[in-house]
Design a protein around this ligand. Structure first.
Ligand code: ADQ
Length: 473
């Protein structure tokens, strides 16, 4: 079995399945795949140094090795805060109005990708497979090829792929996508993002595209593009639900709700998540139904993220203002309708909060997948499940078709969905939840990693059909 090298912006070692708690599904999946095959997880240490040396810090984790490098402050500013988070992130989430096209950002991004390639190459052995994660490293495959590497190279994109009409606004977009075509396999979260990518390759690069197989031929490169929807680590999450921490969190929220129906939102504070729009929908609901403050309590958990970027500071200020105004207008002396909590929680606590909430409000304006939707489903009581309201514009909507699907920009539709959820009979809640739950259980994150690695190692798959992890059995 070939050794695996994972590359991602940050490296996150878990303490073993079940014990993790604070880490997300991606960390769990990468740790699982690396433990199964052995290998290296390579990325940025998160540290800044005055002068870039390319010096690797190697550490032995449980069953694999981590290798990290430090970056210079201006690299972090241009590559990470700049091109990754001020150019690609907004553009790929359809926020062309927020996308900044600065030459220095593009140059910094290419420079750091080259630095990553240079530091990685000495670690790579002949049969290794290399799996690169996300939008920080779109050109890394091409950089590695330029240094003569002919190992199997895969890229998985965690965020959406925008329509060609938006992408062409990016300077040098052809160069960026042509660089991506040096990967052997490119994975997307949903069929919609995959189709946008294939359409771009056909229309803008005039590549030869076989829609049926996802094969793209262009300038001597052959790439396979496919949808690999990511999941959660379902059994690990259920195990967290059994902990005292989860049970205490459940009790805490359920008792403080004082018989009101709890609506929950859990998101990184990001403009792609549609948070101000949720408050607009609540505004409509409270305006048209006088007694709402006695019926409904909306908890929004939203820890700040990427605060070095102006648009993130702005979305935080907007949300604080809107919540303040809303609560000023609709509170009673002893009841506040929106609880806005500006910090993160452990995953066991989140389980308890999800379970105490009879409505899960997951309404991003755009989202690659959205794992909160899947966690909400997994945490429900099968005998009395809550209702998931999900944005049509999240990758998860392709799989979770039994949620109440809404257009998050249409406040009236979201308001109606909240009302429907509030009054949904138990039989319908159960019927919907059972179908949703089957999807979340059967398409979990360990199977996702296996599927991708299998696509990247076609020869191995032909030699042996043995599953790589128990989840695939
Ligand atoms: P994110 O944009 O970070 O991820 P999401 O998938 O919803 O979005 O969340 C990832 C994890 O973070 C979840 O496990 C969630 O529990 C946790 N999380 C979110 N808010 C939290 C909070 N307030 N407190 C504690 N934990 C919180 C990107 C893409 C997504 C894609 C994932 C994985 O933007 O579309 O689903 O990667 O591929």
């Amino acid at each position: 079995m070939s050794r695996l090298i994972v590359v991602s912006n940050r490296v996150s070692v878990t303490k073993g399945r079940g014990a993790a708690g604070a880490q997300g599904g991606l960390a769990v999946a990468m740790n699982g795949a690396l433990r199964a095959r052995g290998g290296i997880w390579f990325g940025w240490s998160g540290k800044e140094v005055d002068e870039f040396t390319g010096q690797l810090t190697m550490q032995r984790a449980d069953g694999f090795t981590t290798a990290t490098i430090d970056l210079e402050p201006h690299d972090v500013e241009e590559y990470y805060n700049g091109y990754a988070n001020r150019t690609i992130w907004p553009l790929f989430h359809y926020r062309i109005d927020l996308a900044e096209y600065e030459n220095e950002f593009g140059r910094g991004y290419e420079r750091v990708n080259e630095q990553f390639a240079n530091s990685l190459i000495p670690l790579v052995e002949e049969e290794d497979i290399i799996w690169v994660q996300d939008y920080h490293f779109l050109p890394l495959g091409e950089r590695l090829r330029a240094h003569g590497l002919d190992n199997r190279l895969g890229l998985f994109l965690h965020i959406p792929w925008p329509p060609a009409r938006l992408l062409v606004s990016l300077p040098y977009h052809e160069r960026l996508v042509e660089a991506m075509l040096h990967y052997d396999v490119i994975g997307f979260q949903s069929v919609e993002w995959l189709e946008s990518f294939l359409h771009y390759c056909r229309k803008e690069l005039h590549a030869e595209v076989d829609e049926a197989t996802g094969t793209i031929r262009h300038k001597g490169n052959v790439t396979t593009a496919r949808a690999f929807p990511i999941g959660i680590d379902h059994s690990e999450f259920l195990a967290l639900g059994e902990t005292d921490e989860a049970k205490r969190a459940y009790e805490r929220l359920a008792s403080s709700a004082r018989n009101r129906t709890v609506v929950i939102g859990v998101d990184r504070l990001d403009y792609s998540k549609g948070l101000p729009e949720r408050i607009d929908a609540m505004e409509r609901l409270f305006a048209s139904h006088e007694d709402m403050v006695n019926q409904l309590l909306y908890i929004q958990i939203a820890p700040p993220s990427r605060e070095d970027v102006q648009s993130y500071r702005q979305i935080r200020a907007t949300l604080e203002r809107k919540t303040g105004q809303f609560n000023g207008a609709h509170s009673d002396v002893d009841l506040v309708p929106i609880r806005y909590v500006n910090r993160g929680f452990g995953r066991a606590e989140l389980f308890g909060f999800y379970r105490a909430a009879k409505i899960g409000l997951v309404t991003p304006i755009r989202d690659g997948m959205n794992l909160v939707a899947k966690e909400y489903v997994a945490a429900q009581d099968p005998e009395d499940p809550g209702v998931l309201i999900l944005s049509r514009f999240a990758g998860a909507a392709e799989q979770l078709t039994d949620a109440l699907l809404v257009n998050p920009l249409n406040h009236e539709e979201v308001t109606r969905a909240i009302w429907t959820a509030l009054h949904m009979p138990l039989a319908e809640r159960k019927a919907r939840w059972e179908k949703l739950y089957r999807v979340v259980r059967d398409a979990d994150v360990l199977g996702w990693a296996d599927d991708f690695i299998t696509a990247l190692t076609p020869e191995e798959t032909q030699k042996s059909s043995a599953p790589l992890t128990p989840a695939a059995a």
